[in-house]
Design a protein around this ligand. Structure first.
Ligand code: GLA
Length: 411
């Protein structure tokens, strides 16, 4: 039930998304130093597999598996507890965890003992999306509590703040509602910074009010750009295509977040899992796995730990990729990489599993001239792409190539 409540709030927020032309100007706040998250955060989050059932044991088991599977060595560092860890406040307002999480400090110590970092979740509202205790009017106290436990990452989810504060305080004034929302994120940012502990600050407000335009000014290291992901191709593709045009807002310390990974969840095919992971790498997206790590199949592990694809995501230049062009049911995206390299991703987004969409890649439309040699990151083989080369891609699959020595267009 609580999950349905959470989803309907996210839907409500999306329904309220203003058109770009109605977006009020971002507040004039001086940019803050962004030292955290110089590359998109990588790790694992409990929500996409466990939802409200997550327990202390699931977090410990997942931390163990991140180490045992080689995910830690591949760069997955944050182990993030999502919603439903929260208990009640005591007479002094101090929040306690619920029975599923008997000792948060001991849990954080355990995760740290594995060489990993730990994240937590809250809301600026009175309640979280799943109906647990939020941080409203307890921001400084909660930030201090997280720091005392050794928390390294906070996901802050708007949810009940919309009806309980924004709608209530400014029922008919959209601009004022937005100001109240900015202030809520700014308040928690100040509370986190006051702890003196570096804590990555993740905004979750579903992309409302062009969050990418103002989040860095109020401390956001990453911000969700859409409503919730689900383990279905249509949803993953819809989210991926909504990222086109947001590339200029992302960079070291401040990232667009198209939501956590569904790789290995639901009934996604291997091609869909590959495409999802490739797309998130092209987008310089945070890579927060959300699958059942103790029961991860080898082929899913192979996707999540593909070092070449992770290197695209984590490229130190920190430039998000963009859609170069689309033609029929094929989309071609590119991402500029450090050292003058380029990642090229060709996606067959068509649903017809009997059609491989014979497709002719137009290198000139990517600003390239002549044949380009590079590594196919899913086969590991070196290939040469030529202009108008016919490509055959199964439905929902991807060709992801890294070209290190580009022959640029002479135009
Ligand atoms: C919202 C968020 C999800 C998750 C749930 C938890 O729906 O968008 O990512 O955190 O809340 O209740």
């Amino acid at each position: 039930m609580r999950i349905f409540a959470s989803l309907s709030l996210a839907v409500l927020a999306l329904a309220l998304l203003p058109a770009a032309s109605q977006t009020p100007a971002a507040p004039q706040v001086a940019p803050k130093a962004q030292l955290a998250a110089q590359t998109p955060p990588m790790g694992w989050n409990s929500w996409n597999y466990f939802f409200d059932k997550v327990t202390d044991k699931n977090i410990r088991d997942s931390a163990d598996q991140i180490v045992a599977t080689g995910m830690k060595d591949a760069g997955y560092i944050y182990v993030n507890i999502d919603d439903t860890w929260e208990g009640e406040r005591d007479a002094n307002g101090v929040l306690h965890s619920n029975a599923k999480f008997p000792d948060m400090k001991a849990l954080a110590d355990y995760v740290h003992s594995k060489g990993l970092k730990i994240g937590i979740y809250s809301s600026p509202g009175p309640k979280t999306c799943a109906g647990y205790e939020g941080s409203l009017d307890h921001e400084a106290q909660d930030a201090q509590l997280y720091a005392s436990w050794g928390i390294d990452y906070l996901k802050y989810d708007l949810c009940s703040f919309i009806p309980a504060v924004m709608m209530k305080q400014a029922p008919n004034d959209h601009a004022e509602q937005m100001r109240i929302m900015w202030a809520a994120y700014d308040k928690m940012d100040k509370a986190l910074k006051a702890t003196g502990r570096p804590i990555v600050f993740s905004f979750c407000q579903y992309g409302w009010d062009a969050v990418w335009e103002w989040a860095p000014q109020v401390g956001g290291n990453l911000w969700r750009t859409t409503g919730d992901i689900q383990p279905y191709w249509d949803r993953i593709y819809a989210i991926a295509s909504q990222q086109a045009g947001l590339e200029s807002y992302s960079g070291p310390g401040h990232w667009n977040d198209p939501d956590m990974l569904e790789v290995g969840n639901g009934k996604l095919t291997l091609a869909e899992n590959r495409s999802h992971f490739s797309w998130w790498a092209i987008l310089a997206a945070p890579l927060l796995a959300g699958n059942d790590l103790p029961n991860m199949k080898p082929e899913i592990k192979a996707i999540l730990t593909n070092r070449d694809v992770i290197a695209i995501d984590q490229d130190p230049l920190g430039r998000q990729g963009a859609r170069a062009y689309s033609e029929g049911e094929v989309e071609v995206w590119t991402r500029p990489l450090s050292g003058g390299a380029l990642a090229i991703a060709v996606f067959n987004v068509g649903d017809n599993r009997y059609s491989t969409h014979p497709f002719h890649l137009n290198l000139a439309r990517l600003g390239l001239h002549g044949p380009q040699s590079g590594k196919d990151l899913w086969t590991g083989k070196f290939i040469t792409l030529t202009n108008d080369q016919p490509l055959e891609l199964p439905s929902h699959d991807v060709l992801l190539v890294r070209v290190d020595e580009l022959k640029a267009n002479v135009r």
